[in-house]
Design a protein around this ligand. Structure first.
Ligand code: V47
Ligand code: SF4
Length: 365
């Protein structure tokens, strides 16, 4: 048996060295049998081919307009029902005030996501985007997961394409990767039964790509999923990327257990996180970038992830994201100065590059 396993790993190693794609059964084999050192070596090869020694970061901040949500995802620590204690709802003035506060801090991107509010329509979000654009014309607006978009288009009775075109002309520059969770339909029934389904999530991203809106993709892992379901998720993303090329980056999101109803299952180990980064990097050969979301895994593991295929650390975030702090993330006050990020990247022997949202280089450190 050991000889057979060796041969399969050798075959995968040869494919990767020659720049060829690995198949889903190879990906599954990596999840089941590959050692950490092997995965580090192969994923670094792929990373270097994509982005050399560069590791990217950007200057961004988050706005979470509301945590009121119609959905009932079992892994969510953050959402509340309308009028429930602990719910919040920012007014448009509150949002504009935050945009203004970051104006002088040389932030290049705002990331806006929140719960799926039952009363908010497409008109409301179009107006929000226009007002933000007016206040700060050069700020890049990355906003609304496919789950939020799905609800706002259905509520306003417009097609996905029409809705996206309207939001784009109001100022939407790109779409974040949230809401993908795990595409497997059976598991989705258990962990997020009433949420936008996988086919719709993928269709919204495909439409966005077709009308020139770049998007990100995520996978929530480390809960009830198995390796077959992870590979299925990666494969559906890879197939869509083959058709459109519109994904910028893949972001694995580690399930965190605090304050949600799945908590008893615990969390996976750091080794599992690193293996998952590496296999994602090797499998998603058509994704230009792989991001570690450091506020969730902590700065040290984020540094380590740079030896497992990661070439992007999310930006210098101020204390504005609650989705992870409420779920028990390592970093309860996620903010890292530019100097902190630069020295983290340099300590791995890599080159820090400040980027804009589209991965154009702004400054090499
Ligand atoms: O879809 C919710 C996840 C996502 C938990 O595109 C949880 O640049 C772990 O997608 N434990 C939203 N994860 C956040 C998101 C994101 C984050 C950073 C960057 C980008 C980007 C996108 O958060 C949700 C869900 O998968 N999530 N609860 C939890 N307990
Ligand atoms: Fe709502 Fe998002 Fe939480 Fe699900 S994960 S309940 S969609 S806020």
């Amino acid at each position: 048996m050991i000889g057979v396993q060796d041969n399969h790993l050798k075959k995968i190693e040869k494919s990767v060295a020659e720049g060829n794609r690995i198949e889903p059964d190879d990906g599954l084999y990596l999840y089941e049998f590959a050692g950490l050192g092997y995965l580090s070596r192969l994923s670094c090869q792929v990373k270097e081919r994509k982005s050399g020694k560069s590791v990217y970061f950007n200057r961004n901040f988050h706005i979470e307009p509301t945590n009121i949500c119609i959905h009932n995802c079992r892994f969510c620590s953050y959402s509340r029902k309308f009028n429930q204690p602990g719910s919040w709802e920012m007014s448009l003035d509150d949002i504009l005030l935050e945009i203004n506060q970051f104006k002088d801090l040389s932030a290049t991107e705002v990331h806006i996501v929140g719960g799926v509010h039952p009363h908010r329509t497409l008109d409301y979000y179009e107006n929000m985007l226009r007002q933000i654009r007016k206040l700060n014309p050069t700020l890049f607006i990355k906003a609304f997961t496919a789950v939020e978009l799905d609800f706002m288009f259905r509520k306003s009775q417009v097609s996905v394409e029409e809705g996206l075109i309207r939001l784009k002309s109001a100022g939407l520059d790109s779409i974040p990767g949230g809401g993908a969770e795990i595409f497997d339909e059976e598991l989705r029934k258990t962990i997020c039964p009433d949420k936008t389904d996988s086919v719709t999530w993928l269709a919204i991203h495909e439409s966005a790509h077709r009308i020139g809106i770049p998007t990100n993709a995520t996978m929530l892992y480390g809960h009830l999923e198995n390796y077959v379901q992870r590979i299925d998720h990666l494969n559906r993303l890879r197939q869509l990327q083959d058709r459109t090329g519109g994904f910028q980056v893949f972001i694995p999101l580690k399930y965190r257990k605090a304050n949600n109803s799945l908590g008893v299952i615990g969390e996976v180990s750091t080794i599992e996180d690193l293996r998952n980064y590496a296999i994602s990097r090797i499998f998603l050969d058509n994704f230009p970038h792989l991001k570690a979301y450091w506020p969730m895994i902590g700065k040290e593991i984020a540094g380590l992830s740079l030896s497992f295929g990661v070439d992007d650390l999310d930006g210098t975030i101020e204390d504005t994201t609650r989705i992870y702090s409420m779920a028990g993330a390592e970093d309860q006050n996620p903010a890292m100065t530019t100097e902190g990020l630069v020295s983290l990247i340099r300590s791995s022997g890599l080159e820090p590059v400040e980027r804009d949202t589209l991965y154009n280089t702004l400054k090499i450190y």
